[in-house]
Design a protein around this ligand. Structure first.
Ligand code: ZN
Length: 109
């Protein structure tokens, strides 16, 4: 098997290295949690835009959703916005911790 190399500095990568190059600190891979987190934050931005526009003016009651669900969605719109942002921030933070953890482990080695 060929040794993996860092795409940035071409240093040979030890088998147990996952996220960051131990030589140049290049981020080898973006954790999936980071991507999911960003997606949630983008959803949060859209929801925030919809909230500013006015959830009452969205076509939620046009028949696509059951009326109860549409009313519930409108009543809890702020929670949805905060939930999407909160989940996004949590996922990004979890991904950052993963990378930081490996950096700390490499620094201590
Ligand atoms: Zn490197």
């Amino acid at each position: 098997m060929m040794a993996r190399r860092c795409p940035e500095c071409y240093a040979e990568l030890p088998d147990d290295v996952v996220w960051v190059c131990p030589v140049c600190r290049y981020t080898l891979r973006t954790p999936a949690a980071a991507k999911a987190g960003l997606a949630f934050m983008i959803v949060g931005l859209f929801l925030l835009g919809a909230y500013v526009y006015g959830p009452d003016r969205l076509p939620l009651r046009s028949g696509v959703l059951p009326t109860d669900l549409a009313n519930l969605t409108i009543a809890n719109f702020v929670l949805m916005v905060l939930g999407a942002f909160g989940l996004g921030i949590l996922l990004v933070a979890a991904a950052a911790l993963k990378i930081r953890g490996e950096q700390a482990r490499l620094a201590a080695a």
